[in-house]
Each structure stands twice: as C-alpha cells, then as structure tokens.
Design a protein around this ligand. Structure first.
Ligand code: FES
Length: 121
C-alpha cells in the first residue's frame, strides 16, 4: 500500500473539541473497535481489544502516554500499542491519526501489526 492509498483510507471520526487532553473514546470503524486517545503528545489510535482477555482499553486508566486495562491492569503504550506490563503478553495494533480542519481522522491500515511480545515463552 502506498502513501496515496493510505491517505484515501482515512475516515473522519469527530471534531478535536470532542476529545480533551487526558480522555479516550471507543469507536467502531468498519466493524473494528478502536480506542482513540488525546494525550499531551497528541491524538493516537490503538486497537480497542486488550490482548489479554479482550477488555476495552478506551475505558482504562490513562497515565501520561500509557493506559492500564480496566479489567486486570495490563499497561499499553498509547502511542504505539506496545505492551508495557503483565498480564498481557502482546501489544495491540496502532493506527495512523491525522488532524484536518479540526477533525480527527484515522486510517485502519495499522502502523504496527505485529507488536513485540513482553515475554517470550
Ligand atoms: S483483559 Fe486486559 S489485562 Fe486482562
């Protein structure tokens, strides 16, 4: 997929004013659950299905650039989807986000599709 194809795959989600810093939103795009975050570093989108047992990360606890899963507390990097702590062993996908005319848009072609495992068993 080239960058022109990727650009055309962006879908507008909501105005930036709908998501203040420190907040998250669960959205469904093409039947895929996505957690959209606004943190100090900007807007980020990751797969909204915890790699441990499937809880929604959009309902987790945000701390800086990380989010703790609301079910068992695994921590993920909001910017990349990388897993940072147990009990999850794998990261989640992250998706490109862009801001255009004060609207948040995401593309479903993942930036990272195969996150490194926290532990190799
Ligand atoms: S479901 Fe997320 S840590 Fe268990």
């Amino acid at each position: 997929m080239n960058s022109d194809q990727l650009a055309s795959d962006y879908q507008t989600i909501c105005p930036t004013s709908d998501l203040p810093v420190g907040k998250a939103k669960r959205i469904i795009v093409n039947q895929i659950p996505v957690a959209l975050f606004h943190i100090e570093q900007g807007f980020f989108a990751i797969e909204d299905t915890c790699s441990h047992q499937g809880a929604s990360l959009a309902f987790g606890t945000i701390d800086g650039f990380s989010v703790a899963c609301p079910r068992h507390g695994a921590v993920f990097d909001i910017r990349t989807g990388t897993v940072l702590s147990l009990p999850a062993l794998r990261g989640v996908k992250s998706y490109p986000v862009k801001i255009e005319n004060n609207e948040i848009a995401i593309a479903l072609a993942p930036i990272s599709d195969n996150q490194p495992e926290l532990l190799r068993l």
